[in-house]
Design a protein. Structure first.
Lengths: 830, 199, 267
């Protein structure tokens, strides 16, 4: 979330699209309800009528996978009717930036597509520039640190001065390109593609576009309904563009708000439990691109924006990882980081590699891909290729027990499996980051039961044993392990989360004192920091009690900032939000170029002529504390988006794999032909053969998957809890009365749902919450099922919805297309 | 003790709540008949954050004699203000259930509480000791890593990686755990590091 | 001593079932531990009925519309009626009003006769065979006595459930009724303000009583009223058939009758 949960109350319009916040984030409704009490409109757009829709002011049904048609039409509506926030768009976005005249788009393809590789050559996706403005690395310059002793040598990037047309009239400016791109998205066409009735679509567009009025704020709440598509990243881009056009980014009650699905999936992402990043969103080194530290720093350090400090963050991370071993002489142990071979190593690829016998050993830390993975019967099959598996969990998951799967003969599976009993959340201490980036401490209430241990302890025991083994026996590059710092144990030899917290926050190497925050980090090896964006969450040197640290702070007063009339629900004294306790990201954009808030009643930051008044931590360099103890306030500038090299919000994103503008394509399994262009699917998507894609002739029904309030993820954390099983006991699929009639089904029937990837059994739940769609003049049925069930779990077992989902992923992230695929259904013959 | 429970929690993050009362705005009423037994006497209360979705609701765990006896929303928490949804309330069940026959509090019978090992080709789990498991796991990790390790690639670039080990998971763990687990993975040269955020 | 009440505002309810689980959590009520004890309910509503160990459920009713549906939720738990059929039917005085207006069952006195089960117009009290006792919501008297709202109310995310002194709850309900009507819910109605001489749960049914599954103008069955008149005598006779209960039971029953229900007997 760019904003946070409480901030929803500040919105004038709330749109839940690709998410079902009432069911999957029930407490969000506390704040939606409060916003509604203050007059806000709550819009829900979803393929089915959900418990969110039940309390919405307006509900719009939309065929799964057609969000870009909805948003493209919205852009067209906003631009044509001049509903955009003109001053905001001109000052804070890239609308005025000129793009190379060689860039273009024709019938579904952007310039530069190479059929053979299935990839875009992005050479034409560039801005027009003139002249150069090199970094000032002189002794008094902003970038003097580049030349500090022990800083790794690299040639700083050279920023170029962009050409702009502030009048937005140049045909090559982003605004005009955008206007041209989305003129094609007529209301009629968008309605035919999405199946949303035209009047309802226009009503929703009008309501949400009303937040383009200066001072109004609209928020978008989304979840996996947006991301689990082959163009999921472009769906997210579409929401960002909407919010930039309407001036909603940075506002109290605005933002693009991902409602993340697990209690600490924000934190685990921040910590880079992903192949492509190392902690705090730095790229994993790739052999071909970053053979040396110098290459890494030159390729990865951007020309402008706060990421110009990346060398400081990387060297501090390496110093945390390898301690004394990391020196300027050995490039701070850069070579100890494994380098990728340039191929995708994401979830889908991992199971392909497992199937091929490349991956031979697998650790699972509370993940259950035998139920949660796409096309997961294929994933279970791949597990048979493993020599060993270590599953750390509280339950006997379907994955740990994959050899017990109904279709697998145990005697033929030679995988050794270790199931290690883990501790529950309140059986250990540590912090987690919620969707609003609040890093909150959890205190330990009870000891884990039986022989269970927390994951930190288990990881530590394995790490220390491996260090011992390599120290004693040698082996492949022992130093990679033996030189690794692991000073996270207490006097009793147990893993101590507070010691890990120190390492994550960062400290100065010479005196081992915690740094206040990431502005104190350096690229010369004098600081160590495991995760720069967390820096400041554990910075009190005087006490190692969590309650004395920012992450453990429990002051729940909602105070107005000094000089301001009213608070906005920032709760700056409660826990710590990354970065630097900022609650609303890009909050500079909440005020006009002169620093006057667009909404004087909900001030985030305000320039009073002499200083900044603040209800939040400003997201820009707003002051300098001088050595003499005085403060030098920085007058308003217009760089509202400090993490972008442009300093402005991107309406046009040349970094995307599949095009600078979101373009509507059909899901890889679609019931219809793309009527927006000749390009049926997102062309930059990689498809493995194992996806076994089917056609609409074989499988005419669209299916989608989702979660229920009463269950969670693969169900292990809920199907083993009797109170929850009782509130939603069985696996089912939902279908419309119209389809039920066609298939001769009634509620309670056992049905078989099938496609090329598998067949599952479930109870039929016939409900008018599902309705057929009129798509391009044809009646299309959509059904849906929760994906919480599997064969393991003692209170409730049932069909695995993901046996049907395709292992085909988003062009940018490889997130699988769980949300739109094709099936057929029939009554089970008994 | 002359400090309120909530004030105490603010300071220390834990409170022994023998004599503390919630400071709810709701009406306090006495009963005509004898007041029912209050089951939260002599409890230790600690704040926690819900383990399900990402709203980050606070809960208060009440413990008597080392055992969890109650779990409800933290009334001080600025996001949930004491409320919890069905899953949030059911967190209690992750550890304890009430036996349908006896009504007594007992450990959730489905929790795995011992180290379990499944040998190649076997159709059963065996209970094992921790020390054995850690030793055996480390041996296998080392063998797989050593057998597959690449120091340089075909272009002579130092890569120091093993493609033969995968790490999956983390979204259910604490930040500190995630940090050290990915650190261990990278120190093994592992490139297949993924978790729930991808799917 | 003030009467207290819950106000349930259906227009704010998202049917998250937090109340269902929080009730079980606080009141230490078990659910089955084996899969075969659960049935598919053909609905998001589960369980379909109240039970001896399920004292509150959220009900789900669908009304089809051109686009989407109206999904009407309702809180189903003891209504804590002033004119309470269960209390009047109870031959042993196990069911009584406490001073805050709640209707509670004294398990020490319950003999498992199930007269209350059969008399309640809403089907609230449920009999547990194993103990031969009847159970239902008691508005968390222990929480009330310790300054906390009932478990279901405390856990409600949206403020669909609030709790306080009854007049304040009635006033809040009236205010909210005016709001939702002004906002276009012209079928909205209150429930429990006057029904059965006033309940201790007040409802806002924003799509009308029937749409939410509420019984319009509920009545204590006539036979119960008759039974109530006869009770001092028949209660003794009834109790006498349960030989094991002994003289102290009869004495305590008589005591409760006299102190709590004289006026009703003489209506």
């Amino acid at each position: 979330m760019t904003n946070h949960w409480v901030d929803i109350k500040n919105a004038d319009v709330i749109m839940a699209i690709g998410g079902n916040n009432a069911e999957n984030h029930p407490i969000s409704m506390k704040w939606v309800t409060e916003a509604k009490a203050n007059g806000a409109e709550y819009i829900v757009v979803d393929p089915r009528f959900t418990r969110s829709a039940a309390v919405a002011d307006t509900y719009g049904p939309l065929r799964s996978g057609t969000d870009i048609a909805f948003f493209g039409g919205l852009f067209n509506y906003i631009i044509e009717n001049e509903k955009y926030h003109d001053e905001y768009v001109k000052n804070y976005t890239t609308a005025s930036w000129l793009v190379s005249p060689d860039y273009g788009f024709d019938d579904g393809l952007f310039t530069g597509f190479d059929d053979a590789s299935g990839k875009y050559d992005k050479a034409t996706w560039i801005y027009q520039t003139e002249g150069e403005a090199p970094w000032d690395t002189s002794e008094t310059g902003a970038f003097s640190w580049v030349n500090a002793p022990n800083t790794p040598a690299f040639t700083p990037p050279t920023p170029k001065t962009p050409l702009k047309d502030p009048t937005l009239q140049d045909p090559n400016c982003v605004f005009q390109l955008m206007k041209k791109h989305y003129e094609r998205y007529t209301p009629e066409l968008c309605s035919q593609i999405s199946g949303m009735p035209l009047d309802r679509m226009m009503e929703i567009w009008e309501t949400f576009a009303s937040t383009g009025e200066p001072g109004k704020a609209g928020t978008i709440l989304y979840a996996m309904g947006m991301t689990q598509h082959t163009y999921g990243s472009q769906n997210v881009r579409a929401m960002a563009i909407t919010q930039l056009l309407l001036g909603n980014m940075g506002m109290a009650g605005g933002g693009v708000n991902a409602l993340r699905g697990e209690s600490n999936v924000q934190g685990s992402t921040d910590m880079a439990m992903l192949f492509h990043i190392i902690p705090a969103y730095m790229a994993t080194p790739v052999a071909g691109t970053h053979p040396s530290l110098r290459d890494y720093l030159e390729k990865e350090t951007p020309t402008g924006g706060y990421w110009t400090n990346k060398p400081k963050f990387l060297i501090s991370l390496l110093k945390e990882m390898y301690g004394e071993y990391a020196t300027a002489a050995n490039d701070y142990a850069y070579d100890m980081l494994p380098k990728l071979n340039g191929k995708n190593h994401s979830h889908i690829a991992m199971f392909e590699a497992m199937n091929e016998g490349i991956v031979k050993g697998l650790f699972l830390w509370g993940q259950n891909p035998a139920v949660g993975g796409p096309n997961c019967s294929m994933e279970r099959k791949a597990m048979e290729q493993l020599d060993w598996m270590v599953a750390v969990d509280m339950w006997e998951t379907e994955t740990a027990a994959f050899w017990k799967a109904p279709t697998i003969e145990p005697s033929e599976v030679n995988t050794e499996v270790f199931l290690l009993p883990a501790a529950a959340a309140y059986e250990k201490a540590g912090s987690i980051a919620n969707s609003g980036r609040w890093i909150q401490w959890r205190w330990k209430a009870v000891e884990p039961p039986g022989e269970a241990k927390d994951d930190a302890e288990i990881a530590t025991e394995i790490a220390l044993e491996l260090q011992r083994l390599y120290a004693e026996e040698g082996g492949a590059l022992p130093e990679q392990l033996t030189k690794l710092t692991w000073d996270y144990v207490d006097e009793a030899g147990k893993a101590d989360p507070t010691k890990i917290a120190r390492a994550i926050n960062g400290y100065t190497v010479a005196d081992n004192k915690l740094v206040a925050n990431f502005t104190k980090l350096a690229a010369d090896g004098s600081t160590a920091c495991g995760n720069w964006i967390y820096s400041g969450y554990w910075n009190n040197e005087d006490s190692m009690e969590p309650a004395d640290q920012p992450t453990g702070a429990r002051d729940n007063a909602d105070n107005a900032g000094e000089g301001l009339a009213a608070p906005i629900g920032s709760y700056l004294g409660w826990s710590f939000a990354w970065p630097v306790n900022r609650r609303i990201i890009y909050n500079r954009a909440s005020a006009d170029p002169a620093g006057k808030p667009w909404n004087p009643d909900k001030v985030v930051v305000e320039w009073d002529g002499a200083k900044w008044l603040r209800n939040d931590v400003p997201d820009f360099g707003y002051k300098k504390d001088l050595p003499d103890g005085t403060t030098l306030w920085t007058p308003p500038g217009t760089t509202a988006f400090i993490m972008q090299p442009e300093g402005a919000g991107r309406l046009w994103a040349p970094g995307m794999a599949d095009g600078p503008f979101p373009e509507h394509y059909e899901p890889y399994e679609s019931p219809t032909t793309n009527t927006m262009s000749a390009q049926q699917n997102d062309p930059a998507v990689v498809v493995w053969e194992s996806a076994s894609l089917g056609s609409k002739e074989q499988f005419p029904i669209v299916m989608t998957t989702y979660r229920l309030t009463e269950h969670w993820q693969t169900g292990q954390m809920t199907r083993n809890l009797p109170w929850l099983v009782e509130t939603m006991p069985k696996m089912f699929i939902e279908l419309s009365p119209e389809l039920a009639d066609e298939k001769g089904l009634v509620s309670g029937d056992n049905v078989i749902i099938s496609n090329n990837r598998g067949a599952i059994k479930a109870y039929a739940l016939v409900t008018s919450r599902f309705k057929p769609f009129d798509i391009n003049g044809e009646i299309i049925h959509q059904i849906g099922a929760p994906w919480h069930w599997g064969y393991s779990g003692s209170c409730s077992i049932g069909g695995i919805a993901n046996d049907l989902t395709p292992n085909v992923g988003d062009a940018n992230t490889m997130i699988p297309e769980y949300k739109a695929f094709l099936v057929d259904i029939r009554k089970e013959e008994v | 003790m002359n400090v309120t429970r909530r004030g105490f929690l603010k300071v220390t993050g834990a409170a022994f709540a023998t004599s503390f009362m919630y400071e709810f705005a709701g009406t306090s009423t006495a009963l005509a008949v004898e007041a029912p037994e209050w089951r939260l006497t002599n409890v230790t209360e600690t704040p926690s954050i819900c383990c399900y979705c990402s709203v980050g609701c606070g809960s208060i765990n009440s413990v008597i004699d080392g055992e969890l006896v109650n779990l409800e929303g933290d009334p001080d928490h600025p996001i949930n203000r004491g409320s919890l949804c069905s899953k949030g309330s059911a967190q209690f069940n992750i550890r304890n259930v009430y036996d349908p026959e006896t009504g007594k509090l007992e450990l959730n019978p489905f929790r795995v509480t011992t180290v379990k090992y499944r040998a190649a080709g076997s159709s059963e789990w065996e209970d094992k000791e921790w020390d054995w498991a850690i030793t055996e796991i480390a041996k296998r990790v080392k063998k797989t890593r050593d057998d597959s390790f690449e120091t340089t690639d075909e272009n002579g670039v130092t890569v120091n990686r093993s493609e033969a080990i995968g790490f999956l998971g983390g979204a259910a763990l604490d930040d500190e755990e995630c940090y050290i687990i990915q650190k261990l993975a990278r120190a093994l040269g592992v490139t297949f590091i993924e978790h729930q955020a991808r799917i | 001593m003030a009467e207290t009440a819950i106000f349930y505002d259906a227009s704010k309810c998202t049917a998250c079932k937090g109340c269902q689980v929080a009730c079980k959590q606080w009141n230490q009520l078990s659910s089955p531990l084996t899969a075969d004890e659960f049935e598919f309910t053909k609905s998001y509503q589960s369980p379909l009925e109240l039970a001896d160990k399920t004292w509150i459920i959220i009900t789900f009713a669908e009304v089809d519309q051109d686009i989407g549906i109206e999904w009407n939720f309702m809180r189903n738990a003891c209504f804590h009626c002033t004119d309470a059929a269960c209390e009047q039917a109870c031959p042993t005085g196990a069911i009584s009003h406490v001073e805050n207006g709640a209707v509670v069952i004294d398990q020490e006195k319950c003999i498992g006769c199930r007269y209350c089960v059969n008399s309640c117009p809403f089907g609230v009290p449920k009999w547990r065979e194993a103990e031969n006792k009847t159970f239902k919501c008691w508005l968390c008297q222990d929480r009330q006595a310790n300054g906390r709202s009932p478990g279901c109310v405390g856990t409600c995310p949206t403020g669909a459930l609030t709790f306080g002194e009854r007049p304040a709850m009635v006033a809040a309900a009236q205010t909210r009724l005016d709001e939702v009507k002004a906002a276009g819910s012209d079928k909205a109605e209150l429930y429990g303000v006057d029904e059965l001489d006033g309940m201790h749960v007040i409802f806002l049914a924003h799509r009308g009583l029937e749409a939410h599954g509420l019984i319009r103008d509920p009545q204590v069955p006539g036979s119960i009223k008759f039974w109530q008149l006869m009770k001092p005598l028949s209660g003794l006779a009834f109790a006498a058939t349960f030989g094991g209960l002994g003289i102290s039971f009869l004495a305590s029953m008589g005591y409760d009758r006299d102190s709590n229900n004289v006026e009703e007997v003489e209506e």
